[in-house]
Design a protein around this ligand. Structure first.
Ligand SMILES: [Zn+2]
Length: 220
């Protein structure tokens, strides 16, 4: 299956993408990983992307699209893929359609993870990260440390990253509404959108997503 995963920041997209890709035996292609891989291997696109980033500018769509195209042409993606973080606006979605059409392929589903806005803010703004090891992550409500402000794992100090402040989250949501959300309507017109609630336990969300994708895959 060829799937695009969309959802606001804080919807648990990365986690769901990893589980779904494993269940469906297709590669999880995230924009973050694409950038990291191209930059560390110093590909032409990687060097180009880095030059924009170093200058503090946004990487143009063509560069992101080029990286995505290279990745989708690798042999492990022949049977399908799950895209996460791409396309992030309508012009990228149009470019993706073109790219697939050239290869005689098309998307099977666009999985839309739905989370109420207040829940997103609560999820992200409640996050606390360990100063000694950023993989030690807690949440003031959902997974609180035994002692407030202290990491259970190593005793390090817990803090809130600037990215996780309520103000930053609201700004990121605004960007999502204006730039990414329009792709949902774009794909709805193609009958590809499957919306599920991203609330509840991680495994429950994965189960719901799998069921919804199977329904989408079944002949109509
Ligand atoms: Zn720690």
């Amino acid at each position: 299956m060829r799937i695009v995963l969309v959802g606001p920041p804080g919807a648990g997209k990365g986690t769901q993408a990893a589980f779904l890709a494993k269940n469906l035996s297709i590669p999880h292609i995230s924009t973050g990983d694409l950038f990291r891989a191209n930059i560390s291997r110093q590909t032409e696109l990687g060097k180009l992307a880095k030059s924009y980033m170093d200058a503090g500018n946004l990487v143009p769509d063509e560069v992101t699209i080029g990286m995505a195209k290279d990745r989708m042409e690798q042999s492990d993606a022949a049977g399908g893929f799950l895209l996460d973080g791409f396309p992030r606006n309508v012009s990228q979605a149009e470019a993706l359609d073109e790219m697939l059409k050239d290869e005689g392929m098309k998307l099977d589903a666009v999985l839309d993870l739905e989370v109420p806005e207040d829940e997103v803010v609560k999820r992200i703004a409640g996050r606390r990260v360990c100063r000694k090891d950023s993989s030690h992550v807690f949440h003031v409500t959902y997974t609180p440390p035994k002692t407030e402000g202290v990491c259970d794992t190593c005793g390090g100090e817990l803090y809130q990253r600037d990215d996780d402040s309520e103000e930053t989250v609201r700004t990121r949501l605004e960007v999502y509404h204006t730039q990414t959300e329009p792709i949902i309507d774009y794909y709805k017109a193609q009958g590809l959108v499957v919306t599920i609630s991203a609330l509840g336990k991680v495994e429950d969300v994965t189960g719901r997503a799998m069921k919804a994708l199977q329904r989408q895959e079944a002949p109509q």
